[in-house]
Design a protein around this ligand. Structure first.
Ligand SMILES: *[C@@H]1O[C@H](CO)[C@@H](O)[C@H](O)[C@H]1NC(C)=O
Ligand SMILES: *[C@@H]1O[C@H](CO)[C@@H](O)[C@H](O)[C@H]1NC(C)=O
Ligand SMILES: [Cu+2]
Length: 231
């Protein structure tokens, strides 16, 4: 069987990357695919604000139209809670929400088609941050971005939803997605809530390697389903 087209060009290498990461470790995490991230480290992903990578790194900068840009991840965690944020490069202590927080279930590819930029920050260097709260606590991935004028950017082929993905705005979201005033803006330095830590510890105690194995099996099955859909 030959696999052709965007799947081979886009998702396949990153799929291998994720599967490799999952199999190497009982702690399966998430990988930011769109836009290009500052880097991925399975071990360091727990480190705020950018999963162990230098927040000021500008190796690959993605222009982010005010009209919106897609965000694509691969996640191996069910029951995840997402914060999608940005900070100015000149003030990476202050991340603000681009959209309300999202709750997501299922595993595999997850794609938000258009996350708007911050109009007041046009022309400014910024850092995109994704915070996932799930079974492993809080995990971080970042990308170097720059806000620009313009309509929403097109969605690349590797930004798509796996067949099991279900997501919606967190009904308990109480934050603000407006431009920061300097006050009442949550930072990334907070520890996970006590209940989250408790659940995480409980799950780890029960059987971490089994959880990791199940996550990888479900993830691979989900991708096989996606391939069959594409063929
Ligand atoms: C993926 O699912 C979410 C939640 O249902 C939706 O908002 C988003 O537009 C979907 N992405 C794609 C590429 O269809
Ligand atoms: C973790 O434990 C909680 C509470 O027992 C449970 O609701 C949740 O589904 C578990 N998560 C996983 C991935 O098994
Ligand atoms: Cu994990």
């Amino acid at each position: 069987m030959t696999i052709q087209g965007p799947y081979l060009l886009g998702s396949f290498p990153s799929t291998l990357l994720v599967v490799a990461a999952v199999l190497q470790s009982a702690t399966a995490h998430f990988v930011l695919q769109v836009p290009t991230s500052l880097g991925f480290s399975d071990i360091n992903e727990v480190q705020a604000p950018c999963g162990g990578f230098d927040t000021t790194s500008r190796n690959k900068v993605t222009n982010w139209p005010i009209g919106g840009h897609p965000i694509g991840v691969v996640t191996t965690h069910p029951n995840a809670h997402w914060q999608i944020r940005a900070a100015l490069l000149e003030n990476t202590q202050e991340f603000v929400d681009l959209i309300p927080n999202i709750i997501q279930d299922g595993m595999g590819n997850f794609c938000l088609m258009s996350v708007p930029g911050i109009a007041n920050w046009v022309g400014k260097d910024a850092v995109l941050q994704l915070v996932q709260t799930a079974v492993d606590g809080q995990l971080y991935q970042c990308a170097a971005i720059k806000f620009v004028e313009g309509a929403t950017a097109s969605v690349p082929g590797n930004c798509r939803n796996g067949t099991n993905i279900v997501a919606s705005i967190d009904p308990e979201y109480t934050g603000s997605t407006t431009v920061p005033t300097g006050a009442a803006v949550a930072t990334t330095t907070g520890a996970p809530a006590a209940t989250t830590t408790g659940l995480s510890s409980a799950n780890r105690t029960i059987n971490p390697s089994l959880l990791g194995f199940l996550a990888s099996v479900i993830y691979v099955l989900d991708n096989i389903l996606d391939i069959l859909v594409l063929l």
